[in-house]
Each structure stands twice: as structure tokens, then as C-alpha cells.
Design a protein around this ligand. Structure first.
Ligand SMILES: Cc1cc2nc3c(=O)[nH]c(=O)nc-3n(C[C@H](O)[C@H](O)[C@H](O)COP(=O)(O)OP(=O)(O)OC[C@H]3O[C@@H](n4cnc5c(N)ncnc54)[C@H](O)[C@@H]3O)c2cc1C
Length: 397
């Protein structure tokens, strides 16, 4: 019998287990992960940015958890000797029409307590000499880290306590609610626990259903494809260069990210993935795809945003179009500078009314807490999301 069982060995599940174990060392924890290693999905396929919280609505869960989570993540990395760097980023207004939208983001940054400043083109060129644009926001406190490395260390710390266990290669297939406990069945064995936390990422809605609750929204998988700059073009981007995002979408637009290992990634775009784990260009999971496209929420969203959707699809299958989007930020970029890099898939909750759920969504149902929407910046925010979930549990344990 475990006190708490956590489904998902991504950064949200592990950060939650870590926070609970740290504050309540007497509790016995189990983490169930279907893959044979940690951080195999969103967490292991992301941009590795320590977001500052500049974009998010003041007072939202994203804003609060991102600010506190970033601080906690930096502290964790320092304590554990994990490479990270506050390299700074710029958000570039490419023309005068984009300046008011850029200023709105700056305003949000101010309200969220982010250290940021509007800079002129000349100042911009001192930071990123190859960039286009008329003005930018400089966010010096933005950083980079490898979240997979963070997860591996979190996993080690969790298991330093003998009673805690991470079960790799255990896919949860059924959840039974008993009067005073829960039985979580996996393809290998069954585990009994008093409380359950679902941090299943791309499968969190299905796990919510397995636990007997109706998910408030459906997870629609949005693929993010990347290119990487070849060695001879890496000098074109020093750190992090972002466009001004479209406020109608939770995605940030294709950008340049220097990763902590020194590579420079370009992307990600945002297209419908043809399966929750269909990472390859031609991968298809027909059941998942049918589930997505027959969902009324998806259909409503597709009608509303069809133009954006087709544009992204076109860029996905046409390298020239992708390069064109990148060239808006760095005009010197050419197709020959780029090689394909592995894609990631975002778990984005879409409501039955067709809205992309913007904020984090955590539902608390008696013995089960379901993390129903934890898209970007949930990696940055993970240690604080973990503390938030722990606070919800504390009321009962
Ligand atoms: C392309 C991309 C770029 C991003 N960039 C950033 C960034 O720069 N900064 C940032 O802060 N965030 C970023 N994000 C968001 C961030 O990566 C995610 O918000 C975060 O990783 C979510 O973590 P998670 O633990 O909820 O999900 P995941 O990492 O997906 O983990 C969920 C885990 O649950 C497991 N699981 C699912 N079903 C079952 C089951 N039935 N039984 C057992 N285990 C199961 C899965 O195998 C998986 O390991 C990005 C995301 C993507 C996709």
C-alpha cells in the first residue's frame, strides 16, 4: 500500500513526487511511468527554456507558477549542479504594426514582476547582431536548461528514500475506487494507494476518465517541429530570439533557441499531430486522429482558426515556407543552414466549445487529483505546480 501514487514520469509528475517527499518524508510514494525511461514525451522534447512569465495573464496559474517555479528550478539546478544559464532573450517587433502588441507583452511582464526592458534597434543589434526588426523587449532573466537532466536527478532523489518507488515500463490500464483506497492496475501488476495524482500529459484526459471523472476538456496533440542550425550558421543566433506572438494562440511562433548543449534550434511550429505520440512526419495513429477530428471542440476550433492551421501545415511540408518564417527574424538564414531535428508533441486541452484552454487546469476529486492541462511553461513551473498539488493534498493527509 502506497500513500500516494503518481501517474507520469514527466517533469510534472516527478516534481510533484519530489515536493511531497521533501515535505512529508514519512509518506510512501509510487511513480508509475509507461515508458522504460523518464521524460520520454513532452519533457524530453521541449525547447529547454526557463520561461520568465512575461506572456501570461496576471493572476493566472501560469503566471504565478511560472514566476515561482522558475526561481525554484534555478535553485534546484544550482544545488544539484545541473547546467543552466540565464542567457536572456529578445522578443522582436518586426515592424511598426507589431509594436503595440509588443508593448502589451511588456506591460504584462511589468505586472508579473519580470525584469524586462524595451530596447531600440541599435540596442537589439548589440545583443543579436543578425536580427531584423524595429524594437524589442529584452528579458535578461530568461534562461536555458535540459529538463530531461532535471528529471533524472529528481528521479534519483525520490528513490533515495527506500520506501519510494518509480515503476518504469508500467502502463496504467485501469483504476478502481475502493471505499478507503484506490487500486491502480498496470500491464504488469496492481498497486494500491490512498491518493492518486494523474500527471499523464498527452494521456491525462484518458486517465481522468479511467479514474471515474469526466475530463473538462480533451487533449488535442499539437506537434512542434524543429530544425537545427548547422555548425557554419550557429553564429547567426547568440541566445534566444522570439517573434511577438499572436495573442489568439497559446503558442509562441517559430523562434531561435540556443540549447544548453550549444546547439541552436529553430521552431517549433504547431500542427495537429496524427496521433498522441506520432512524432515522425508520416506517423499516424488512426484511432487517435479520428478521436481528435470527430471531437466537436476540435471541429469548432478548426473552423475558427482554419487559416492559421493551413499555414502551419503548409510550413510543415514545405521547408522553403518554414525558412521564410525564420527569415523574418534573421534574414540571413537559408535552407542550407538547417537540418531537421526531433519534433515534440504538446498536450493541449481543448474545451468542448472549441477554446484552447489557456491556463493550467488541475482538478481535485476526492482521492484523485488530475492535471488536465499543463502545457508550456509547465516545465519551468513544475516545482511550483508540485507544491500547489501538495498543498491540495495536505488538506486530507
Ligand atoms: C515542443 C515543445 C516545446 C516546449 N518548450 C518548453 C519550454 O521551453 N519551456 C517550458 O517550460 N515548457 C516547454 N514545453 C512544455 C513542457 O515541456 C510541458 O509542459 C511539460 O513537459 C509537461 O510535463 P508533464 O510531466 O505534464 O508531461 P510529459 O512530459 O508528457 O509526461 C507525462 C508522462 O506520463 C506518462 N504516461 C501517460 N500515460 C500513462 C499511463 N497510462 N501509464 C503510465 N504512464 C503514463 C507518459 O509516458 C509521460 O512520460 C514545451 C513542450 C513542447 C511539446
Amino acid at each position: 500500500m502506497f500513500d500516494i501514487c503518481i501517474i507520469g514520469g514527466g517533469i510534472v509528475g516527478l516534481a510533484t513526487a519530489y515536493q511531497i517527499s521533501k515535505k512529508h518524508p514519512k509518506l510512501k510514494l509510487a511513480v508509475l511511468e509507461k515508458e522504460t525511461s523518464l521524460a520520454k514525451h513532452q519533457t524530453g522534447h521541449n525547447s529547454g527554456v526557463l520561461h520568465t512569465g512575461i506572456y501570461y495573464k496576471p493572476g493566472s496559474l501560469k503566471a504565478m507558477n511560472c514566476r515561482n517555479g522558475k526561481q525554484a528550478m534555478e535553485q534546484f539546478c544550482q544545488e544539484q549542479g545541473i547546467d543552466h544559464e540565464l542567457c536572456g532573450k529578445i522578443i522582436v517587433a518586426l515592424n511598426d504594426e507589431e509594436v503595440p502588441r509588443m508593448k502589451n507583452i511588456y506591460q504584462r511582464g511589468q505586472e508579473n514582476g519580470v525584469n524586462c526592458k524595451i530596447i531600440s534597434r541599435e540596442e537589439m543589434l548589440e545583443i543579436e547582431p543578425r536580427v531584423a526588426g524595429v524594437q524589442a523587449i529584452h528579458v535578461p532573466e530568461c534562461g536555458i536548461v535540459n529538463y530531461k537532466q532535471v528529471c533524472l536527478r529528481l528521479g534519483e532523489i525520490i528513490q533515495e528514500k527506500e520506501e519510494n518507488k518509480i515503476f518504469l515500463g508500467h502502463q496504467v490500464t485501469k483504476i478502481r475506487n475502493l471505499t478507503t483506497s484506490l487500486v491502480v492496475e498496470t500491464d504488469k501488476q496492481q498497486i494500491e494507494c490512498k491518493h492518486l495524482i494523474n500527471c499523464g500529459g498527452l494521456h491525462s484526459d484518458k486517465l481522468t476518465k479511467l479514474g471515474g471523472q469526466k475530463p473538462p476538456a480533451k487533449i488535442i496533440p499539437f506537434k512542434g517541429e524543429y530544425f537545427e542550425l548547422k555548425k557554419n550558421a550557429k553564429h547567426l543566433c547568440k541566445n534566444l530570439i522570439y517573434p511577438v506572438p499572436d495573442p489568439a494562440f497559446p503558442f509562441l511562433g517559430v523562434h531561435f533557441t540556443r540549447m544548453i548543449d550549444g546547439t541552436v534550434e529553430c521552431g517549433p511550429n504547431a500542427i495537429l499531430a496524427f496521433g498522441r505520440e506520432a512524432y515522425g512526419k508520416f506517423d499516424l495513429n488512426l484511432k487517435d486522429l479520428l478521436e481528435s477530428i470527430t471531437y466537436p471542440g476540435f471541429q469548432k476550433m478548426a473552423i475558427k482558426h482554419w487559416k492559421m492551421g493551413w499555414g502551419e501545415m503548409w510550413r510543415s511540408y514545405n521547408k522553403g515556407a518554414f525558412v521564410k518564417a525564420l527569415r523574418r527574424l534573421i534574414p540571413e538564414i537559408e535552407a542550407s543552414h538547417l537540418v531537421s531535428a526531433p519534433a515534440g508533441i504538446r498536450a493541449q486541452a481543448v474545451s468542448p466549445r472549441g477554446a484552447l484552454v489557456d491556463d493550467f487546469l488541475i482538478e481535485d476529486n476526492n482521492r484523485v487529483i488530475n492535471v488536465c492541462n499543463a502545457p508550456s511553461p509547465a516545465a519551468t513551473a513544475s516545482l511550483n505546480i508540485g507544491s500547489t498539488i501538495m498543498a491540495q493534498l495536505e488538506a486530507r493527509i
